[in-house]
Design a protein around this ligand. Structure first.
Ligand code: URA
Length: 242
């Protein structure tokens, strides 16, 4: 346990004696109304600590990433429209409830975004999921669209865009432009990611002011290779064997 004189910034509810509260790195603060950072609970920080640790093995990396992905999807679903729905319970009482209104789909940015598909399927049965492959063009060094497969009626759906690491936002920007080109309004796109950089968020807020970002943590920034720091390294390499 940290001594009583340790930094006083703590996360989560009171889960230890005040003097023994552990401190943790806190998510950066950004000035954007459209960014939703998951509640910084002890659970979430512990999960992030597992996947950020360079010594965490692949099976654990997958397991703990999946837990965070589940939280992101659940939060993302909170931003979809609902209508009132009154139901009757088996004991004959009325419950004034809600139901989702509108159709959704997922769109993963390959390949790392595909790691988030199962978390979406776990929450939304039979959800349609499209894919977009963007890679750096060897001649121009700019992101280039190589492949997309999207539901034909995507313009009538809410889109949960999936990519675990929101670094410069180059690929995500191109993905959003593809979606907008297919008729999806910007304010019907939710971009879900595990770790975001302030640079990516600032650039997105300027380009797509009505799009919402849901993230588990906003890190310090980017290094010279555009990796997020402190980050977790290359998500795809840690999640996939090939
Ligand atoms: N993609 C990753 O997998 N990690 C980063 O830090 C940045 C982009």
């Amino acid at each position: 346990p940290a001594p009583a004189s340790a930094p006083t910034q703590c996360v989560g509810p009171t889960f230890r004696a005040v003097a023994d509260k552990p401190s943790a790195t806190v998510s950066a603060v950004v000035s954007s109304d459209n960014v939703y950072v998951l509640p910084q609970t002890p659970q979430l920080i512990a999960l992030l600590s597992m996947i950020r640790n360079k010594d965490t093995e692949r099976a654990d990396f997958i397991f703990y990433s999946n837990r965070i992905i589940r939280l992101l999807v659940e939060e993302g679903l909170n931003h979809l429209p609902v209508i009132e729905k009154n139901i009757t319970t088996p004991v004959g009482r009325t419950y004034n409830g809600l139901m989702f209104q509108g159709k959704i789909c997922g769109v993963s940015i390959m390949r790392a975004g595909e790691a988030m598909e199962q978390g979406l399927r776990d929450c939304c049965r039979s959800v349609r999921i499209g894919k977009i492959l963007i890679q750096r063009d060897e001649d121009t060094a700019l992101p280039k669209l190589f492949y997309d497969k999207l539901p034909e009626d995507i313009a009538n759906r809410w889109v949960l865009l999936l990519d675990p690491m929101f670094a410069t936002g180059g690929s995500a920007t191109m993905a959003v432009e593809v979606l907008k080109g297919r008729g999806v309004p910007e304010d019907r796109i939710l971009f879900l990611n595990l770790i975001a950089s302030p640079e990516g968020i600032t650039s997105f807020a300027a380009k797509f002011p009505r799009l919402k970002v849901v993230t588990a943590f906003i890190d310090e920034g980017l290094d010279e290779k555009n990796y997020i720091v402190p980050g977790l390294g290359d998500f795809g390499d840690r999640f996939y064997t090939i």
